[in-house]
Design a protein around this ligand. Structure first.
Ligand SMILES: *[C@@H]1O[C@H](CO)[C@@H](O)[C@H](O)[C@H]1NC(C)=O
Ligand SMILES: [Zn+2]
Length: 335
């Protein structure tokens, strides 16, 4: 039922996807490794996929869906437009940067509510889970938490001689240079390496901090913490000398060598957080089900459209007008 939809979406866009397929699928495999068995069963049921690749198989769906007429509305959900001046100032402000209440932070909150719904259709719940798998990846990519030049999409660079842009390099060129491919098995291999680092390597001592304060019932706050964490790398790693030197720069090997560890770190974080996020959602869903079956009153669901997440309207900024004018897409390069 969903495979034909996915196929349709895939023909809509070729090439670079946000974090690229390699990054998103690696996040998904890391999450599949860490989730509880009950979470796996819950997610496989929603996704109607009992394969071991159940999360990886849907990890890039949102990047195809956004190019369909039905999914066009979701294009702004892949990023938040922080307004920075690297290396001196980087920060994320929800009211300022979540344009019209449509951004990755609001989307994570929205779909975290919707995936737990008992009144939405199976398709809508399925889509909600797909969006969560994708957006918990996007939000860890520093240039998805940045407005400058459309998150670096307008900063032309070369990577190992190939014309590209700064955003696409972070999404795709750098991960693929590191791993040497972009197939599902490449993603599984990268995930296995990062899982070792999380369990007993360089990430072991910090993994607890990646999920501290995680609260699915205050999804906006959790997602803001992740956006703020990733955005800080814009000042320290993405543009440590400001934006100026990057235009038309060759990123390989010097720039690449300076940032590749951060790319790996952010992928690992995304996967580990996704596991804990899904565990919390599945556990809450199970406890609501037990209460309902016992005849207890379970709190009424509200705001299935996420409307309360949208702050009051304010005039469009220059950046917002520009985004709107290009329909939120960036040619071949997604943001
Ligand atoms: C929440 O998701 C639904 C379904 O995709 C969408 O129609 C609605 O506009 C979203 N709300 C927000 C605030 O993003
Ligand atoms: Zn995306």
């Amino acid at each position: 039922m969903f495979s034909s939809l996915a196929l349709l979406g895939l023909t809509a866009i070729q090439g670079a996807n946000a974090w690229g397929s390699l990054g998103h699928e690696t996040v998904a495999y890391i999450a599949s490794h860490y989730v509880e068995t009950a979470t796996k069963n819950w997610a496989q049921d929603i996704l109607d996929d009992t394969s071991k690749d159940y999360l990886a198989n849907v990890a890039t769906w949102a990047d195809s869906y956004r190019y369909t007429s039905a999914g066009k509305f979701s294009a702004p959900y892949h990023f938040i437009d922080a307004q920075d001046d690297p290396p001196n100032s980087c920060n994320v402000d929800y009211d300022r940067d979540c344009t019209g209440g449509k951004c990755v932070v609001a989307a994570i909150a929205n779909y975290t509510t919707r995936v737990q719904s008992n009144s939405l259709s199976d398709t809508q719940v399925n889509y909600a889970l797909r969006f969560i798998v994708h957006f918990l990846g996007d939000i860890t990519q520093p240039l998805h938490d940045e407005s400058y030049d459309l998150g670096g999409n307008d900063i032309d660079v070369t990577f190992n001689g190939d014309d590209t842009n700064l955003h696409a390099s972070w999404d795709t060129s750098i991960p693929e240079q590191l791993i040497g491919g972009y197939s599902l098995s490449d993603a599984q291999d990268w995930a296995n390496d990062l899982i070792k680092e999380i369990d007993s390597g360089s990430y072991e001592s910090q993994k607890a901090s990646w999920v501290s304060g995680l609260d699915i019932n205050d999804a906006k706050d959790s997602a803001m913490a992740w956006a703020t964490d990733a955005n800080a790398f814009v000042c320290s790693v993405v543009a440590p000398n400001g934006w100026d030197g990057l235009e038309n720069a060759e990123l390989y090997p010097d720039y690449y060598n300076g940032v590749v560890d951060t790319v790996s770190l952010q992928i690992a974080k995304g996967g580990y957080r996704l596991a804990k996020w899904l565990d919390a959602i599945a556990a809450q869903a199970a406890s609501k089900k037990v209460k309902r079956e016992a005849g207890d009153v379970v709190e009424v669901e509200e705001d299935l459209n996420g409307d309360s997440l949208i702050p009051a309207r304010r005039p469009l900024t220059a950046i917002e007008r520009r985004r709107a004018a290009i329909g939120f897409g960036c040619g071949d390069h997604t943001h």
